[in-house]
Design a protein around this ligand. Structure first.
Ligand code: ATP
Ligand code: MG
Length: 506
């Protein structure tokens, strides 16, 4: 057994037209934190779904051996009984139920005659949350919390069961830095108690921060398993993408043109709390042919600023917007699209993908004739454009007819991006455009940004990743507490300077 709590041997899993896993071998030692990395569509989530019984025995080839015994899971319950808990890439909490009800769903503490023991349920929830240092009311509905807290609730749920192997599929994609810290502290704490964790992430700095061992998948195959000490970022990247990436950021010197948008004294009011400003009197200019970065801490008002400009806060905004010198009224996203604006939102689930429809349908969704002043795309054009973006963004799919729900998480994100690129906007707002996207595809997205800028498009990018903001922007605006706190040209930008503005310095 050599201390391996888990061995997956020769796992092959096929979907129509896709060999998602091709003879994968994966071994995990007891009590370690094992990172599973690879490009979008490499097969990471599929491998973990095989392990957790989402795909039952018989729907794949190969063996799963846990604690030295071969296991045949018919369903998720079987794997749970074996001590496996999985937290999916897309959170799976029931929004209308309380925190406690979610955590103990299907294994509620009961009184005699099987009646749910509410007091016990909330008491146990309280204790669990306390352990996680999560100061929230267990009786509140899950949908009153942000994604970050929901993620931690999922973890509490996993810990409410007997967990030997905890699987986290991109747990940090939507977490703030302090939430990531809490999560990592919990994982290290679990490790001290002998719990094994498998974590999938695209953030390589996290791989180095948290993991003991790393397995790289590429195109459904195992490239190798390494001790973290054997690796550095370049080594992981070249194993993931199968080639050397010389530069993470294709920096091009742009020559910005005239101002195309001017935003004056712009405020956004909190729809739920009267008189509270999410964006506070912001004025800014956007120039043709530039990449404008917007930096700041989570909650600084960056998303609300671009959503507000885009017509997402009807009746809750104040201020003026000028496009090409003329004042425009943008009351709805439709008005924004008519004015040749596009917005790729940060929220993957609420991004308007129709999961049951094809890549083709989804890509062409926002460019319907209604919104492009009667210039209709014909079907051939639609196919041509969709093909182009599938190729440019290296979306992994057997065809453009594939349903979006069958794509891996990162590849779904690429469809969202394509959907907006096809509208040929004059100003493209990107809110965390590379979240959940692998390093190779990030490079493709940056290259597309540069191409658009060459054509005169203005790109406004919100990003929480400082290297990305500094690596790609021409100018960087920094927000804090709803206000514009500072501006730096990229040649003078340092992490320290940006953080200084973000945290309230001048
Ligand atoms: N239910 C399904 N039907 C058809 N194809 C699928 C299905 N689930 C996954 N695939 C395909 O299998 C491959 C592996 O997908 P998987 O979700 O495991 O990738 P991943 O490594 O988790 O990627 P990401 O980093 O984007 O989340 C992809 O090509 C994906 O499109
Ligand atoms: Mg995945």
């Amino acid at each position: 057994m050599h201390g391996h709590i888990l061995e997956m041997k020769g796992i092959t899993k096929e979907f129509p037209g896709v060999k998602a896993l091709d003879n994968v071998n994966f071994r995990v030692k007891k009590g370690e934190i094992h990172a599973l990395v690879g490009e979008n569509g490499a097969g990471k989530s599929t491998l973990m779904k095989v392990l957790s019984g989402v795909y039952p025995t018989g729907t794949f080839d190969g063996d799963i051996i846990i604690d030295g015994k071969k296991r045949d899971f018919q369903n998720i319950k079987d794997s749970e009984e074996c001590g496996i808990s999985i937290i999916y890439q897309e959170l799976a909490l029931v929004h209308q139920m309380s925190v406690g009800e979610n955590i103990f769903l299907n294994h509620e503490p009961t009184k005699l005659k099987g009646v749910i023991d509410d007091d016990k349920l909330y008491y146990k929830t309280h204790k669990l949350l306390h352990k996680l240092k999560l100061n929230i009311n267990p009786r509140m509905k899950v949908n009153s919390f942000g994604v970050g807290v929901q993620q931690l609730i999922e973890i509490a749920k996993a810990l409410s069961k007997k967990t030997e192997i905890l699987i986290l599929d991109e747990p940090t994609a939507a977490l703030t830095e302090s939430e990531v810290e809490i999560l990592f502290r919990i994982l290290n704490n679990l490790k001290d108690h002998g719990v094994t964790s498998i974590i999938i992430t695209h953030k390589l700095n996290e791989v180095f921060e948290i993991s003991d061992t790393v397995t790289v998948l590429r195109d459904g195959k195992t490239i190798g398993t390494y001790d973290i000490e054997e690796l550095d970022e370049d080594k992981i990247i070249s194993r993931m993408v199968g080639r050397e990436l010389i530069d993470l950021f294709p920096r091009v010197v742009h020559t910005p043109g005239k101002v195309i948008m001017e935003v004056k004294n712009f405020s956004v009011y909190d729809p739920d709390v009267p008189d509270r400003k999410l964006v506070d009197n912001v004025s800014l200019e956007i120039k043709e042919g530039e990449i404008l970065g917007i930096s700041g801490l989570m909650g600084a008002g960056r998303t609300e600023l671009v959503m507000g400009i885009f017509g997402g806060f009807k009746g809750k905004v104040e201020g003026q917007i000028f496009i090409d010198g003329k004042e425009v009224k943008i009351n709805t996203p439709m008005d924004a699209i008519k004015n040749k604006l596009a917005l790729v939102t940060e929220d993957r689930k609420g991004n308007g993908l129709v999961l049951d429809q094809s890549i083709l349908v989804n890509t062409t969704l926002a460019s319907l004739d209604k919104v492009t002043n009667g210039i209709t795309l014909n079907e051939n054009e639609e196919i041509k454009w969709t093909d182009k973006f599938v190729k440019d963004l290296r979306t992994k799919t057997p065809s453009i007819e594939q349903k979006v729900k069958n794509l891996s998480g990162g590849n779904q994100q690429k469809v969202v991006l394509a959907k907006w690129l096809i509208t040929e906007p004059k100003i493209l707002f990107l809110d965390e455009p590379t979240r959940g996207i692998d390093v190779g595809a990030k490079y493709e997205i940056y290259s597309i940004m540069n191409e658009l800028v060459d054509q005169g498009v203005a790109v406004v990018m919100i990003s929480s990743e400082l290297p990305e903001i500094m690596g790609m922007s021409d100018r960087i605006l920094v927000m804090g507490e709803g206000k514009l706190r500072g501006e730096v040209h990229y040649t003078r930008a340092t992490q320290e300077k940006i953080m200084h503005f973000a945290t309230g310095g001048n």
